[in-house]
Write a protein that binds this ligand. Structure first.
Ligand SMILES: [Zn+2]
Length: 265
């Protein structure tokens, strides 16, 4: 339940909406630095790298919080509360076994530094106007978790693809609408300059409290919700030794049919 702040140790709790105070990471051996891990640059996914290069158990080693896509784009991945879920294009939610394969995955061990109540009516469009000015910098990644009640959420799940894989912007997906729903948004905020590596701006996946629905978030409107935030100190980025990745023409792949790289995924 938001507001219980049971997640925060007093030393890291800033409270009072005074987020502008920068947290100075204690650099050095054994310092508790936060790491964002991912199995490949997102530009590879956008250009059709949908092979199942990572298994769920490998992703779990790198965190308990994250998002991604399954092999052949067969569903949206959401890792939250010590479980990994798959939302398929038929709108169903499945718990993913450790052996299940992922195409893209980005994970962290979630230990939020800050928490804040979101104003009623906050939307996917107004979130950045509200939150960005309160962040210590826009040049770092953040993990963001929003729990609460939403008056509306629009989400989507991608459809399973067969090789040869089309580019991501050509993939058909299914959209779902939720009204007056309780659940969790799991996501990240990435800096604009890192758009080839991970999604710039806010990228959320949604899961209902009863685990009956979810997906990649297209839009949301908050009825009553709290947000928890964790600043990322390091990115641990893998460059896969798969032939698909090695042969992808990523050097010149900054757009997809004219769609700016930061329009989606
Ligand atoms: Zn997504």
């Amino acid at each position: 339940v938001f507001g219980s702040n049971s997640f925060a140790t007093p030393a890291r709790w800033y409270g009072d909406r005074n987020w502008s105070r920068p947290r100075i990471p204690p650099l050095g051996l054994n310092a508790p630095l936060t790491v964002l891990w991912q199995n490949m640059p997102i530009i590879a996914l956008l250009n059709g790298n949908y092979e199942g290069i990572t298994q769920v158990y490998e992703a779990k080693r790198h965190g308990d919080f994250g998002l991604g896509a399954f092999a052949q784009l067969d569903g949206e991945m959401i890792a939250v509360d010590n479980a990994v879920y798959r939302v398929t294009s038929d709108s169903h939610v499945h718990k993913a076994s450790d052996a299940t394969r992922l195409s893209f995955a980005t994970m962290t061990h979630f230990a939020p530094d800050d928490a804040i109540d979101l104003p009623r009516g906050t939307t996917s469009e107004t979130l950045s106007r509200f939150l960005d000015p309160q962040l210590p910098t826009l040049n770092a990644f953040y993990a963001v978790r929003i729990d609460g009640r939403f008056s509306a959420i629009r989400a989507r799940a991608v459809l399973k693809q067969r090789a040869p894989f089309p580019a991501f912007c050509e993939v058909v997906n299914r959209e779902f609408s939720f009204g007056n729903v309780s659940g969790t948004l799991v996501g990240f905020r990435g800096p604009a300059y890192a758009s080839a590596l991970n999604t710039p701006g806010y990228h959320f996946h949604f899961l209902t409290d009863d685990r009956s629905g979810g997906g990649h978030v297209l839009s949301f409107t908050v009825a009553r919700a709290g947000l928890k935030l964790q600043r990322i100190d390091y990115v641990d980025l893998a460059f896969p030794r798969s032939s698909a990745f090695e042969k992808s023409a990523l050097a010149k792949a900054d757009t997809c049919n004219g769609m700016a790289l930061n329009d989606e995924p």
